[in-house]
Structures are given as structure tokens and as C-alpha cells.
Design a protein around this ligand. Structure first.
Ligand SMILES: [Zn+2]
Length: 141
């Protein structure tokens, strides 16, 4: 039988789940449409979607590295990343793309490990931002 997770590992997982939920709420509040095809409305399933793979924690919650895509575009992204990449470049510019790639590469090589308190800090920030957007406040970027 596998050994039960340590309390610190459970706390980390819980904090990460909360950060994921907060990021989804934020993306829903900010976009509400597919950034690559524009789909919105009834019957469209919008998903939390990452430009650079969300498996790298340090860029998983970077507000520039995620948005919303419809399920079809999100599925296509793996084979046609240029669609979302072009949206990003038009929206944020090349400097931002280079910055995001550099941050992602550090994360891929094991740098900037996320701790439980990092997930909680991110969750709190995104929860507040989502609430403000839902209250009708505008956000730059
Ligand atoms: Zn789409």
C-alpha cells in the first residue's frame, strides 16, 4: 500500500487546487470568450487555457500565460500553438512573449519551486481580481 501523504504535502495540494480554482475564476471573469476563435455564449464550453504548458508551476498562474479557449481550440493548441501564440503577440507584444518564455524555461529546469504559501498568495490575488472584474472594474492588460 502506498504511504499516505504527509500533512505538508496535503496542504500543498490543497493550496494548489485553490490557486487553480482562482485562476479559472479570474479567466472566466476576464475573458468569457475563446481568445483564438471568439466563440462565446450558450453551448460553448470555455476552458482555462495555457499558452505555454501549465505543467510548469511558475508560469501556470502567470496572468499572461493563460486565458480561455473553447474546448475545440484548447484541444487543437497542442498541434497548432501558433493560433494562441499570435493572439498573445498581438495582445501583449514580443517583449512579453520573450519574458514569459524565459520564466517558463527557468521553471522547466527546476528553478523557482512553488511552495504552499506561494499557491495561497496567488489564490488570494486572483480571487480578489476575479471579484473586481465580476463587479465591473476594468483591468489593464
Ligand atoms: Zn475557440
Amino acid at each position: 500500500m502506498p504511504r499516505p501523504p504527509r500533512p505538508s504535502e496535503l496542504a500543498r495540494r490543497r493550496a494548489k487546487n485553490r490557486a487553480d480554482d482562482a485562476a479559472r475564476q479570474y479567466a472566466r471573469a476576464k475573458y468569457g470568450y475563446c481568445v483564438t476563435c471568439g466563440a462565446t455564449g450558450e453551448g460553448v464550453v470555455l476552458q482555462w487555457a495555457h499558452l505555454l504548458p501549465g505543467g510548469v508551476e511558475v508560469t501556470r498562474y502567470d496572468k499572461k500565460n493563460f486565458a480561455q479557449q473553447c474546448s475545440g481550440c484548447n484541444m487543437l493548441h497542442e498541434h497548432q500553438p501558433q493560433r494562441y501564440t499570435l493572439w498573445f503577440l498581438h495582445h501583449y507584444g514580443l517583449d512579453a512573449y520573450e519574458e514569459l518564455c524565459a520564466k517558463h524555461n527557468v521553471g522547466m529546469s527546476g528553478g523557482n519551486k512553488m511552495r504552499t504559501e506561494d499557491f495561497i498568495r496567488i489564490a488570494l490575488d486572483l480571487e480578489v481580481r476575479a471579484r473586481r472584474l465580476n463587479d465591473g472594474e476594468r483591468e489593464d492588460g
